[in-house]
Design a protein around this ligand. Structure first.
Ligand SMILES: [Zn+2]
Length: 342
């Protein structure tokens, strides 16, 4: 098959488009013909070596995949060839303490499609049959590919972790990102009020169109001051944070008492400081979250099929232009998800 892979770490110039080993479905596995694969920030960390692929190089990125069932491995039931599917990207063992508690996203042997296994920057990808979810005809392959990591992570962060309620105020960092554009819509779906940040003025209208009530250009405005002004000096109930560093630290200052900061990524840096006096005196909750469950993914797909959540697609590149697609994301030019289409 053809794939966009890399043999050494670095920038987008390290991505090679060419022949790559065909995946073969073992017992309980399925090979999927990729119709669309969304780029994710974790891809960039895998590429530049900040999160090296656990199974080494060469490696194919791509954790958000839709496609059709190509071949079924031995023992697979309930799926048919050419069936439209979306791949749930998390792998868990089902037998460790945390899986048995129903918390599969913190499985001791947790892995991701496109990280622990080759992913969807390719014509074919394989996954456990248990990870395949039927994709309704009403959802395009392109829209579906924007759901499994970005939208699911934001859903789990806001609903399962932060327990967001109607009328609460939320600060969502980086409206232009996949998780940001998803979090704004999910918060609005619940009936919460949203403030968000953008890095350039050309994204202001885009962020408002997603349902954000207040949009701040973080390069020219102080988002903590703006959050205070927006809430009458009170501060927001919830922050969705995925940047790290100074943004993480300052996000905690935007919270009101009993507020919750949900950390869902570290796009700039893995590190962040906290003023602990601020954390304990205001009874803040600082939570981490990692993906979500297949049940949540199915719920989100129902909302997408009903038109109540809209995956935001920036643009789709042909698979052979994976380099340009990755550079487009690294340059932060995207408003929503960037896709590769074989
Ligand atoms: Zn486990």
């Amino acid at each position: 098959m053809r794939a966009a892979y890399f043999k050494e770490h670095g920038g987008s110039d390290k991505i090679i488009y060419g022949d790559y080993r065909d995946p073969a479905a073992d017992t309980g596995e399925v090979v999927v013909r990729v119709k669309a694969c969304a780029l994710n920030h974790v891809d960039m960390l895998l590429l530049d070596g900040r999160f090296p692929p656990p199974e080494g190089l060469p490696h194919v990125n791509g954790c958000e995949v839709t496609g059709t069932v190509e071949t079924l491995g031995p023992g697979v039931k309930g799926l048919a060839t050419r069936q439209r599917v979306i791949v749930f990207p998390g792998f868990s063992c089902g037998t460790c303490e945390f899986c048995l508690r129903g918390e599969r996203t913190v499985c001791l042997r947790y892995g991701y499609l496109g990280a622990h296994k080759d992913g969807g920057y390719a014509e074919l990808v394989k996954a456990p049959a248990a990870n395949l979810v039927p994709l309704a005809e009403s959802i395009s392959f392109e829209s579906g590919a924007a759901v499994p990591l970005a939208m699911l992570t934001s859903w789990h962060a806001l609903i399962a972790q932060a327990h967001l309620e109607p009328g609460q105020t939320v600060l969502v960092q980086a409206a232009g990102s996949g998780v940001g554009s998803a979090a704004i819509q999910i918060a609005r779906l619940i009936g919460a009020r949203v403030m968000t940040t953008v890095g350039s003025d050309d994204k202001l209208d885009f962020a408002k169109s997603l349902g954000a009530e207040r949009v701040v250009n973080y390069r020219t405005q102080d988002f903590v001051e703006e959050a205070k002004r927006w809430t009458g000096k009170r501060g927001v109930d919830v922050v969705v944070e995925h940047i790290g560093g100074e943004t993480f630290e300052r996000s905690s200052y935007a919270l009101t008492r009993l507020g919750t900061l949900v950390s869902i990524g570290s796009h700039d840096t893995h590190w962040g400081k906290l003023d602990l006096r601020h954390v304990y005196s205001k009874n803040l909750r600082i939570l981490g979250t990692n993906l979500g469950s297949i049940v949540e993914l199915r719920t989100i797909l129902d909302y997408v099929a009903a038109g109540r959540l809209k995956p935001v697609i920036d643009r789709a590149f042909p698979l052979e232009d994976a380099r340009a697609a990755v550079q487009h994301v690294l340059d932060r030019k995207n408003k929503g998800k960037v896709l590769l289409v074989p």
